[in-house]
Design a protein around this ligand. Sequence first.
Ligand SMILES: *Cc1c(COP(=O)(O)O)cnc(C)c1O
Length: 270
Amino acid sequence: MEVAGVQISLLHDDNKPRKLKYNLGHPRVLAFGGAYSNLVTAVARAGHEQGFETIGVIRGEEHLPLNPSLARAAAHGMRLTYLDRAAYRLKHTPAVQERLREEFGEVFILPEGGSNAAAVRGCAELPGEIEDDYDVVCCPVGTGGTLAGIAAGLPPGKRAIGFAVLKGGAFLNDEVARLQREYGRRTGNWSIELGYHFGGYAKTTPVLDAMGFERVYVAKMIYGILDLVRRGRFARGTRIVAVVTGQPDTPVEEWGSPTGFDSGDPRWRR
Ligand SMILES: *Cc1c(COP(=O)(O)O)cnc(C)c1O
């Protein structure tokens, strides 16, 4: 779609399988996440498809019946366990990790959001798969692995802009830099917009709800892009690829109410 002389196209691409691609190969994999974690469901699916054991460590208390996201994970054979919020905050400390290893045995423990050097490597493959010409790639930022990878994989002259979906996201600048360093390719072609978190992680507003995009990540990015265009941040003729992260088959009911703003508008098609 063209907005004020700026070309915006949507690229549907689920980032979690990319982040997992070079993290797998262990007989037992453990992922942390909230009750609606896309990482937890992606690990469960990969374990089911590739035949390794999976453990999901969920923040908070168990609620039965399981929500659709955790039910899907359980149906894929994932063992679910729960950490109260205090313990969850300490999940990367030796004490908590030792407790988990006592309970589950030898296990590969993914970091928060699955973001590490191997995840960056997987996401760095994305730009090479973009067929059309473009100048800027945009993506949402949760833990930063996706942006770190996309930026590391961009050809010269192109740049990446991430949209932080959580409040107080300034630390993400250090985090993306750290992830790129760990991966072995530090680039200066990216930046993070911090002003489009809409109150914080998983917080929403009627405006976001009305957009008809997945609202934890994607709607905030789309809103941010349109706002930057409106503010003249991009020269006329700039071609933006917005990476619509997440599972394409997630029902919109799980995403939010699709009223008003129409994500199915044919003008969004590439
Ligand atoms: C995990 C996730 C992100 C954020 O990716 P990070 O690498 O953690 O920044 C964005 N969109 C969706 C749909 C996700 O599930």
